[in-house]
Write a protein that binds this ligand. Sequence first.
Ligand SMILES: [Ca+2]
Ligand SMILES: [Ca+2]
Ligand SMILES: [Ca+2]
Ligand SMILES: [Ca+2]
Length: 280
Amino acid sequence: MKRLFIAATLATLLAHRAFGQTGIGLADPSTATLYLRDSLSNGAPDTTFSFGAPGWTYFAGDWNGDGTQTIGVYNPSTATFYLRNSNSAGSSDATFTFGSPGWKPIIGDWNDDGTDTIGIVDPTTNTFYLRNSNTAGAPDITFTFGAPGFTPLAGNWDGLGGDGIGLYDPATGTFYLRNSLSSGAPDAVFAFGAPGWKPIPGDWNNDGADTIGVVDPATGTFYLRNSNTAGGADITPFQFGTGSDQPFSFQTIPEPSTLALLLTSIALYGSRRRRRTRDC
Ligand SMILES: [Ca+2]
Ligand SMILES: [Ca+2]
Ligand SMILES: [Ca+2]
Ligand SMILES: [Ca+2]
C-alpha cells in the first residue's frame, strides 16, 4: 500500500512537474547590456547588467550543474567563450577558445549529466562540433546536419536524455529539429512565426521538454509554444525589449530532481498517514 501510494504520487508529480521557472533574456549587441525577466509576460527586466563586449553572441547555460542557467558570451572574432556562474556583472568563471572565428556557438547538455557545455557550428559546411567540458580541447562529438545559412539551435525536444540539435531557416520561419547528436533526417519539421523572426527555444511550461518560440523583430513580441509542431502560441504573446536584441531563455528556478520528487512523495505519504491516524 505504501509503495503503491508513493509510486502513484511520484507518477503524478512527474507528469505535472511545473515547479521550475524559465525566464527570458535579451542582450543588446550595441552596448553589451543584458536584460533578464523571470516571467513570461509583459513588464520591466528583473535584472540588468553588462557583460562581454558589443558585437559578441550571448546565450545562457548551467555551467556548474546547480540547476540554474547563467550568462555566457562568445567573441566571434577570436572564437573565445566567456562563461559566468551568476547573472550579474563581473569577470568570467571560465574563458577558453573553441572553434574558429566566424563560427556560431550553441549550448547544450550533450551527455545528459546536468551540466551545459559548449558547441560550435561551422556555417560553411554545417558541421557541428560539441564538447562535454567547458574548456579548450578537441570536440567529443562531430557531425554535419542541414544546410548552410540556417541558424543552429539546441534543446531537449523530446524531454528524454540530453539535448538534441536543430536549425531554423530565417527565410521561411521553418524549424528542423533532431533528437540525436548525429547526421540524419530531422525528427520534426514545421514553420512557426514569420520569415525574419528570431528563434528562441526554452522549457516554457517546465515539463522537462524544450520547445520553440519566436520573437518579432519589428515589435519585440514573444510567441512561445509548448509543443514542437506548427500552431499558435500557448503563452499569451507579450512584448519585452525592442526586437533588435538577441533573445535567449534561461532556467531561473531549477526543476526538482527525481530524487527530490521521491522524497516529496514519501513526505506526502507520511502526512497522509498522520492525518488518518488523527481522524480515527
Ligand atoms: Ca548554474
Ligand atoms: Ca553535460
Ligand atoms: Ca532529448
Ligand atoms: Ca516544456
